[in-house]
Ligand binder design. Sequence first.
Ligand code: URA
Length: 187
Amino acid sequence: MFDNWEELENSLKECKRCKLCTNRTNIVFGTGNKQASIMFIGEGPGADEDLQGEPFVGKAGKLMNMAFDALAINRKEVYIANIVKCRPPGNRNPEQDEATACLDYLRNQVILVKPKIIVLLGSVALKNILGQEYGITASRGKWIEKRGIWYMPTWHPAALLRDETKKIDFIKDLKLVIEKYKQILNN
Ligand code: URA
């Protein structure tokens, strides 16, 4: 574990911990406020993210940005990262060995950011952070508190592109996040 961002980012630069290193253009480390109260965790970079080196800049990211705008969430004020930092080919889900190899980096990011709230975007984030026993359909929209961090599982933004009805849930869940954030600020 590293106690500063520079060393952590340097430790990743030549990462070959899993097979995803062979096809990557860029490592997608994370973006946003490094002291954010709210952190978002997705699955892994897609083609646009791989090219630009930033999470959620493609179609799903644009949809997430629209939701942020609608709810007055400033993307620069939250921290956004992924379970895996290199693109899985063909946008498949990360395989378990890939997620496991990469998780230490994310754990280190969480330790450095010290978020009060973590939004888990989709099943891959939920299962890798809270445990394989969790399912996104049953868990979304419900708070789970663990070791002083409030977790809110919700749909992955890409799921909203496939099923419009999930947009309502997504907005509802983000509203719960804002409410909780305000409660925490007032305590
Ligand atoms: N999907 C993710 O899970 N993460 C990204 O950064 C982009 C798309």
